[in-house]
Ligand binder design. Sequence first.
Ligand code: FEO
Length: 187
Amino acid sequence: MDRFAIYVTQHKPIVIMSKSAIPAPVLSELQRQLNHELTAAHAYQALSLWCAARTLKGFAAFFAKQAGEEREHAEKIMDHLLDRGVQPELAALPQPAQAFASLLAVAQQARTMEQANTRGINAVFEAALAAKDYPAQVLMHWFINEQVEEEAWCAELIDRVESSTCAGSLSDLDRHIVKLLAGDEKD
Ligand code: FEO
């Protein structure tokens, strides 16, 4: 998109954005990552729906909460871009995985997604380091810390699901999963 585009209203032209100082490789990575966060939100909503359809209400609530957090992560990057004079660009979201053989497969999918997200965050940070873009580096510090938490709850989730070997223990886990993982994911 032309960031210097002038949109003409009925009465007078409005300059939408001023010139951005974000280095091009960093801008490209930030745009990619914000869309990755939205993709993660979409994918967590799909995990939530899989659980809801099987009356796993606790897991459904947990993944719905994660979907909301991923949207907040995208908004953090959008706010950063807007503050630096760039209108964020939204991409089409890919269809998320929706068919799983088991709750364990769902938990493993969450871990796969978070590991991919960590690689995406690292790529933004590396671009910001190379370009000496200090504001983007500081923004990514928050995300790097967040990914440590995200991968921690994924590991715990998988352990807990693997340990729930009977219907009773799975039902108990479903009832308590939001609270059990609350210590690992604070944001
Ligand atoms: Fe946006 Fe799951 O980290």
